[in-house]
Design a protein around this ligand. Structure first.
Ligand code: B12
Ligand code: SF4
Ligand code: SF4
Length: 265
């Protein structure tokens, strides 16, 4: 028996995604858990006939955030890794449709101004047991820490659900709160309330504005999290640099410009 025969459709889905680069594929039941969903952003709000939430993770470095330049300019959010992830998700949705199921890739915002997606991939990953929320507000996987990109496909196929992980990666670690330039991670609070989303969003918005989209992201908390062994080769940075790559003086200037009241240490 092949893996797929043994595990049925779920096994086939896992094979499909693993063959294309995902290292972990799990399923959440939309009718269980999801208590922390924002109003309007439940999987059943996005797809009323959804019976399974398929979540997968791809291991990445910051290179993943390299942006495709069109006529020498960044055009919105066309980051290469996101396109790859969406390609995987749509490939799986197409595969499920050939099997007679409905499938939907949740893309886009519920509230664009507040940067709230129509479905939180992190919450889906938490419910499916891909990882748990860390103090920095992102999902920490035992395998690669936060350095993963998450994909979600909703379907009406009934698949055996997995469980949340019983895992506490943060313990007394304070690294993300120490490296965050704008104190958006509180070390004294538990995850995920420790992450001040508004501060982080404001900082990144202003950073983009001040650097004319030269610097799209910060990601210090993501880069320095000690969980999962960082593979140096995965951290080649090209077009979209992190703040660190701007050199100390320029970095401090960018932070001050972005948030004048920020304390730069
Ligand atoms: C908008 C967005 C941003 C915004 C806002 C960030 C944010 N934290 O919301 C900005 C531009 C700042 C950003 C930055 C980054 N992002 Co971003 N972002 C998104 C996006 C598109 C939507 C996030 C969203 O809607 N949040 C809305 C809030 C409401 O959802 P939530 O954060 O999960 O909050 C839930 C919990 O708080 C939960 N909750 C509340 N109380 C409790 C209590 C308990 C016990 C539990 C379990 C849950 C819980 O309730 C909320 C849901 O209702 C997602 C993709 C997606 N569709 O999900 C990627 C995503 C979250 N980003 C990602 C990444 C990697 C980053 C960066 C590292 C990028 C970088 N290199 O800098 C940084 C990290 C910043 C950080 N520390 O969070 C990854 C995260 C991967 C991971 N390991 O978790 C995602 C999932 C993209 C992807 N497909 O992989 N991002
Ligand atoms: S850096 Fe430390 S505290 Fe922050 S998310 Fe990673 S393990 Fe948790
Ligand atoms: S992405 Fe940057 S600003 Fe946001 S929490 Fe992480 S280190 Fe802080």
């Amino acid at each position: 028996l092949s893996k797929s025969d043994k595990n049925g459709l779920k096994g086939e889905i896992q094979d499909f995604l693993r063959d294309r680069g995902a290292f972990k594929v799990r399923v959440a039941n939309p009718s269980k858990g999801f208590e922390k969903t924002m109003k309007g952003c439940h999987p059943l709000d996005v797809m009323s006939q959804c019976r399974s939430v398929i979540v997968f993770a791809v291991y990445i470095g910051l290179e993943y955030y390299r942006t495709i330049l069109i006529e020498g300019k960044t055009q919105g959010d066309n980051r290469i890794g996101h396109i790859f992830r969406d390609w995987l998700s749509h490939g799986l949705a197409a595969f499920l449709r050939t099997r007679g199921f409905n499938a939907l890739v949740p893309i886009g915002f519920f509230d664009e101004d507040q940067k709230v997606a129509c479905l939180s991939y992190k919450l889906a990953a938490f419910e499916a047991g891909i990882g748990v929320y860390g103090k920095s507000g992102v999902i920490i996987t035992p395998e690669y820490g936060p350095r993963v990109n998450l994909g979600v496909v909703l379907t009406d196929a009934i698949l055996e659900p997995d469980r949340r992980l019983d895992y506490d990666p943060c313990h007394n670690c304070k690294i993300c709160s120490k490296v965050c330039s704008v104190n958006a991670v509180r070390e004294d609070l538990g995850a995920p309330t420790s992450h001040d989303r508004a501060k982080c969003v404001e900082f990144i918005d202003r950073l983009r504005e001040e650097t004319n989209d030269e610097n799209l992201l910060c990601g210090y908390c993501y880069k320095y999290c000690p969980v999962g062994k960082p593979n140096k080769k995965g951290f080649l940075i090209s077009k979209n640099k992190t703040l660190e790559d701007f050199g100390k003086t320029l970095r401090e200037r960018l932070i001050r410009k972005a948030i004048p009241a920020a304390t730069v240490t």
